[in-house]
Design a protein around this ligand. Structure first.
Ligand code: NAD
Length: 412
């Protein structure tokens, strides 16, 4: 499965590279990771015994700046997945125009089965194993699935302990009290909403109906922000089930239900639907915000939404994006739609470097400007090549990379 994710990432890139007639040697340069690290992390468990966990970090490409990307804690983490995610980060950082290369990390573990103490020792162990290779000007991690500001706080503290002084800019997604940024928690969802607003304006769509798959950090906040705009959210889902109400769901009450029962399932005033049914609803906007690979050639013909806002990483295959484009449906690709998270991570790093904190208003204004510009650039590229937004985003990012490679002397 994870190997498929890497194949899919490569496929997306190759479509753009082919259109640009990129030289084979440059394709080779850009599709091989610069460094791959694997560390064994011995952790003393609460029962007194030592358990050894495996941690990874891939620094895929640092031509545009220090590598940057989150750390994922999940039982299914493996090197292919981390490689694919670090490759995506390379292009995402170029699309949203932050001066970073692509990196990503992960630990094979089930965080739901670890106590807080075990989680802390594991997180500190990861930094102990990796500290020589990461840092504010080398490689800057952040949270990803099942990692959070508390884990970033333990990591920045461990780095502090080893180096003997504070280096807040070595990691982002930290708590506000430890050099975090205002606006970081909602940044991914908020960035996606800004992009969607640009798309709706461009295509003259007002008051869209919306379905959101995934009701976690990204999906729930996106649903709240979209509902606050007055848009009708007719369906949401999580790993257990989907819920539907054609008159619109009250998202604040659904959130309360989710925090009380751990699921959106059995929410009153709704009918149960499967995750597959949710994807095929007749809505204007579909927001996949959970998993990769949910829209592929297998179900693309059943997708009715005019816009697919890819807040998850890799939810729509390159092939499906192309089919949608031919049907005049627009898949706004992950490397554009969810890049608000890394944009605000960049703002956090800048604030750490200059030793000054901006208020939320300032951060969100800067985010909005970045997302609008990224949307315009991808939209214009899509028009220039008459191509789907996914391939257009790669073309835009690859051109930017080529310019850097020329300046660095790799392309004569
Ligand atoms: P999360 O763990 O907070 O939430 C994931 C949600 O997906 C949960 O509601 C879960 O119940 C649901 N889910 C899991 N399996 C499902 C299934 N089979 N069908 C339907 N729903 C299912 O994670 P998150 O941080 O919200 O991340 C979601 C996606 O967004 C991931 O692809 C992640 O890589 C991507 N992403 C997150 C960020 C960020 O800042 N958190 C940034 C960029 C991209």
């Amino acid at each position: 499965m994870a190997k498929d994710v890497w194949e899919e990432a490569l496929n997306q890139f190759n479509r753009g590279a082919k259109i640009l007639k990129l030289d084979e040697s440059i394709v080779e340069l850009l599709t091989n990771p610069k460094r791959i690290f694997q560390v064994s992390i011995p952790v003393r468990m609460d029962n007194g015994k030592i358990k050894v966990f495996q941690g990874f970090r891939v620094q895929f490409n640092d031509f545009r700046g220090p590598t940057k990307g989150g750390i994922r804690y999940h039982p299914n983490v493996d090197i292919h997945e981390v490689k694919a995610l670090s490759f995506w980060m390379t292009w995402k950082n170029a699309v949203v125009d932050v001066p970073f290369g692509g990196g990503k990390g992960g630990i094979i573990c089930n965080p739901k089965e670890l106590s807080q103490g075990e989680l802390e020792r594991l997180s500190r162990g990861y930094i102990e194993g990796m500290h020589k290779y990461i840092g504010s000007e080398k490689d800057i991690p952040a949270p990803d699935m099942y990692t959070n500001p508390q884990i970033m706080a333990w990591m920045v503290d461990e780095y502090h302990r080893i180096e003997g002084h504070n280096v807040f800019g070595m990691i982002t997604g930290k708590p506000l009290e430890l050099g975090g940024s205002e606006g970081r928690m909602q940044a991914t969802a908020q960035g996606g909403v800004y992009v969607l607003e640009e798309a709706l304006k461009t295509y003259n769509v007002t008051n869209p109906t919306i379905a959101v798959q995934g009701f976690g950090n990204v999906g729930m906040i996106a649903a709240k922000l979209l509902a606050a705009k007055g848009f009708k959210i007719v369906a949401v889902s999580d790993s257990k089930e989907g819920i539907y109400n054609k008159e619109g769901l009250d998202i604040a009450t659904v959130s309360k239900h989710k925090s009380e029962t751990k699921s959106v399932k059995d929410f009153p005033e709704s009918t149960a639907i499967t995750n597959e049914e949710l994807l095929e609803l007749d809505v204007e906007v579909l927001v996949p915000a959970a998993l990769e690979g949910v829209i592929t050639k297998k179900n693309v013909d059943n997708i009715k939404a005019k816009f697919i806002l890819e807040l998850a990483n890799g939810p729509v295959s390159a092939e499906a994006r192309e089919v949608l484009f031919k049907k005049e449906q627009i898949a706004i690709p992950d490397i554009l739609a969810n890049s608000g998270g890394v944009a605000v991570s960049y703002f956090e790093w800048v604030q750490n470097n200059i030793g000054y904190a901006w208020d939320e208003k300032e951060v969100l204004e800067k985010l909005k400007a970045k997302m609008s510009l990224a949307f315009d650039n991808v939209y214009e590229t899509s028009k220039e090549f008459n191509i789907d937004f996914g391939t257009a985003a790669y073309i835009y990012a690859i051109r930017k990379m080529v310019k850097v490679l020329e300046l660095r002397g790799y392309i004569k």
